[in-house]
Design a protein around this ligand. Structure first.
Ligand code: GDP
Length: 446
């Protein structure tokens, strides 16, 4: 009843203990946490590969897997079973009935991983922009089979890699998938690797730290278990899981002001009528803290905090940059909170809303002063490129041509962007500009 709810919220409203969160954090030994996105051309096998990974690492139980297999076989699509593992999670999230997105998480001995924005969406690029802005690295999936690799290169493979790089993803793992379709030919693997390496180099990824792994998501070769295919003895490198585990987390921005972008907003629980999820990008927070939500400028209190990686049983008092959290909020109306909004401290360097900025961007298409949608992670807002200030030298960032009338694809240019309304964007933030459903540019706010 209403009265009961009132009683609950009155008794459970907590005061901040004013803990020194950084000192608390240093006391405990932590498992590494890493977020990644999965990118690549449609049908490259992204969903299948991730489904297999989750299955092999027992992040999905075999009964559920059996159920998917049966269902898939009934409609004559047995091989789709693994892909369904992920699609199921996506559907659940879209219906918004659950904040348990456990199917997108798995653990190795060293690290707990979160797969951001499972692939399979129709309109994948905006999702990818949202996901990649919180990613530590990306897994690029290629279809090694004849013809498909080549059409992927002309298709989304390149676009996704370019986007990931523009959004700030520094590190890549390349899964050369469907090796079963080419009888584990080393020659084919080398061809795919060489061609991919050359465009990744042009995109300025560091090839020294990029692993190329021949694998088969469908058959489970070189994912967790090393392939036993007789034709594959030439490969002695890492499995996908070993490559994932080799990831060294960047030390997150623990002592900077709090920043957290809201991934999802959940409403309607009896005990916790309003909660938000997301990854803390900088700083720390604790139960009882007051936070400011931008762009609305409304304040709220953190009443409870769940870490996304455990079963929700344990009580947590604080969390720091790098962790995925669910925050239960009080003293705010849900209409003031949307996915893409930024949570910060109301007193310690709060993020400001701005409606105009200059940015250094890489053009994917021809650019003129034009109408665009500006994406910053999950947040997007209509606006326009109002001025082309100058084309820049890619190495020195000096202006080589002032006030161009038009910018060619692959040129780097400094522009002025004006937004329809003020949104929380700061210097050094990554933005993606889209127009007519296509990505036209991406770069850095100056
Ligand atoms: P996505 O669009 O990238 O997520 O691709 P899916 O995971 O949906 O896979 C597309 C198709 O490729 C499906 O028919 C899969 O069964 C098939 N597939 C995926 N991985 C493999 C693989 O390693 N080997 C073979 N032979 N087929 C695969």
């Amino acid at each position: 009843s209403g009265l009961d709810n009132l009683a609950v919220s009155e008794t459970t409203k907590l005061k901040s203990k004013n803990l020194d969160v950084l000192a608390e954090y240093k006391k405990v030994k932590h498992k590494n946490a890493a977020n990644f996105v999965v990118i690549g051309h449609v049908d490259a096998g992204k969903s299948t590969l991730m489904g297999r990974l989750l299955f092999d690492l027992k992040a999905i139980d075999s009964r559920t897997m059996e159920k998917y297999k049966k269902e898939a076989e009934q409609i004559g699509k047995g091989s789709f079973a693994f892909a369904w593992v992920l699609d199921q999670g996506t559907e659940e999230r879209e219906r918004g009935v659950t904040i348990d997105i456990a199917t997108n998480k798995f653990e190795t001995e060293k690290t707990s991983f979160t797969i951001l924005d499972a692939p399979g969406h129709q309109d994948f690029v905006p999702n990818m922009i949202a996901g990649a802005s919180q990613a530590d690295f990306a897994v690029l999936v290629l279809d090694a089979s004849p013809g498909n690799f080549e059409s992927g290169l002309r298709g989304q493979t390149r676009e996704h890699a370019l986007l990931a790089k523009s959004i700030g993803v520094r590190h890549l793992i390349v899964a050369v998938n469907k090796m079963d379709t080419v009888a584990w030919s080393q020659e084919r693997f080398e061809t795919v690797k060489t061609q991919t390496a050359s465009f990744l180099k042009a995109t300025r990824f560091d090839l020294d730290t990029t692993a190329f792994i021949p694998c088969s998501g469908l058959q489970g070769d070189n994912i967790l278990n090393r392939t036993t295919h007789p034709a594959a003895t030439w490969y002695t490198g890492e499995t996908l899981v070993q490559a994932l585990d080799a990831f060294e987390p960047v030390t997150h921005n623990l002592d900077r002001p709090l920043r957290m972008t809201i991934a999802d907003v959940f409403r309607g629980g009896v005990q916790n009528p309003l909660s938000i999820s997301g990854r803390i990008e900088a700083g720390s927070l604790q139960v009882g803290d007051q936070v400011l939500i931008q762009p609305s400028g409304e304040k709220a209190y953190i009443n409870r905090l769940d870490l996304d990686n455990d079963d929700g049983e344990e009580v947590h008092e604080w969390a720091v940059a790098g962790q995925n959290v669910v925050l239960h909020l009080t003293d705010i109306d849900a209409i003031h909170i949307r996915s893409g909004d930024v949570v910060c401290s109301p007193t310690k360097s709060p993020i400001q809303n701005i409606s105009r900025f200059t940015a250094q961007i890489l053009a994917f298409n021809h650019l003129t002063p034009m109408t665009v949608d500006i994406h910053r992670g999950r947040l997007h807002v209509p606006g326009r490129i109002s001025q082309l200030i100058g084309v820049l030298d890619k190495k020195t960032a000096e202006i080589t041509k002032k006030k161009p009338k038009i910018v060619q694809p692959e040129q780097v240019v400094r522009v002025v962007v004006e937004l329809e309304r003020g949104v929380p964007i700061e210097t050094g933030g990554r933005v993606v500009l889209r127009s007519g459903g296509e990505t036209v540019a991406a770069g850095l706010v100056e």
